[in-house]
Design a protein around this ligand. Structure first.
Ligand code: KG4
Ligand code: ZN
Length: 347
């Protein structure tokens, strides 16, 4: 018997995503982004994102169904992001998914976006091991998870207490006069700098802070340190050593992320680390994760970047895992939750 066909719908931020997954096989994945509409504002404008989802919703789903050579009738279950994310964007996706579920009589699963960032890796690297640690890093989230079963048992080990890693990169990008979103530009610039030239602070990494927050992150002190450093040069009328700043900053972020993720693997006896979210494109994070994981005998699984940024495949993958595990569908009046806790896999 063939496995159930799942339609996944993602609208938590600025990407409208729709994908079809059967079991752990991805059949189609289509994404429409409204990033171009936000770039001139230097940040995502929630109302603009909501309207863009409204316009892209039906065409994106139609394109995914066409690409998979299936129709809505063939779909066995629908999964949609219920949170966390921008409340207006979540509402558009959830309302659309409810309408589809009601019209077709298909079961609906409202799922956690952050857990989807980890779940998508099964479509690329195959079934998960019994237990693993997941590091989900993007412009909106920085979370460390202990996953025993992606459909039923996810424990939040830690998260950022202030900025997300990508968000910190975007702010440093702005300080250095780079275009928005600054993450990829800071990354590129950092590759031409000396990462040992400037040592920036590592948040929650020593003494009492570390003991109290072994798996939490904080990037606001680092961001302030970078700002002070840059201002010092500007006040003296000297040219800012931008490449060294970018390299030292990238090193601080990647150092903390990988150190804490691998400590979690060691403490919880996991030999697999899954990394997801748009920030996993970061070159220093990738290199340092590979280097340190090898030292710890840990295997790192990072999906290709198109599955790390927000997409429908991650939601379909988590929906598929839920259906496989026999989880009951969500109610048709499922709530969206912009601050959905990580313990909630499905609402
Ligand atoms: O997952 P994503 O596309 O959207 C969110 O859910 O936030 O992540 C985008 C974030 C942005 O902050 C972007 O600047 C950052 O990830 N980013 C990077 C890199 N590529 C994307 N940050 C550092 N280095 C990169 N190579
Ligand atoms: Zn995301």
């Amino acid at each position: 018997m063939t496995e159930p066909l799942i339609l996944g719908i993602e609208t938590s931020c600025d990407e409208t995503g729709a994908a079809l997954v059967r079991g752990r096989e991805l059949l189609a994945d289509v994404t429409a982004s409204s990033m171009d509409e936000h770039a001139r504002f230097g940040g995502i404008v929630p109302e603009v994102a909501s309207r863009a989802h409204l316009e892209a919703f039906v065409p994106t789903i139609d394109a995914a169904l066409d690409a998979a050579h299936v129709t809505l009738d063939d779909v066995d279950a629908i999964a949609v992001t219920a949170g966390p994310g921008l409340v207006g964007s979540l509402t558009v996706g959830a309302a659309g998914a409810k309408a589809l579920a009601l019209a077709t009589g298909k079961p609906l699963y409202g799922v956690n976006h952050v857990i989807g960032h980890a779940a998508v890796d099964e479509l690329v690297h195959g079934a998960f091991p019994e237990r693993f640690v997941a590091l989900v890093v993007s412009g909106g989230h920085t979370s460390l998870l202990l996953v025993t079963d992606i459909a039923t048992d996810v424990v939040e080990l830690g998260q950022t207490l202030d900025d997300a890693a990508g968000e910190a990169f975007d702010k440093v990008g702005r300080l250095l006069g780079l275009p928005y979103p600054g993450g990829p530009y800071v990354d590129k610039l950092s590759q031409t700098g000396d990462r040992g030239a400037i040592r920036f602070p590592r948040g929650l990494s020593t003494g009492k802070d570390k003991a109290r927050h072994p798996y939490d992150f904080s990037f606001s002190g680092l961001k302030t340190a970078v700002a002070r450093y840059v201002e010092g040069y500007e006040d003296r009328g000297e040219e800012v050593p931008a490449a060294d700043v970018a390299a030292g900053f990238s090193e601080a972020v990647a150092d903390v992320l990988t150190r804490k993720a691998l400590a979690a693997c060691e403490v919880h006896g996991c030999d697999t680390l899954v990394v997801g979210g748009g920030f996993s494109a970061n070159s220093r994070l990738r290199d340092l994760a590979a280097e340190r994981a090898a030292e710890h005998g840990v295997t790192v699984r990072i999906p290709p970047i198109r599955f790390c940024t927000d997409n429908g495949a991650m939601i379909a993958a988590l929906g598929s895992a839920l259906v496989r595990s026999g989880a009951a569908p969500s109610s048709l009046d499922l709530p969206t939750d912009s601050g959905m806790p990580l313990q909630t896999i499905r609402v």
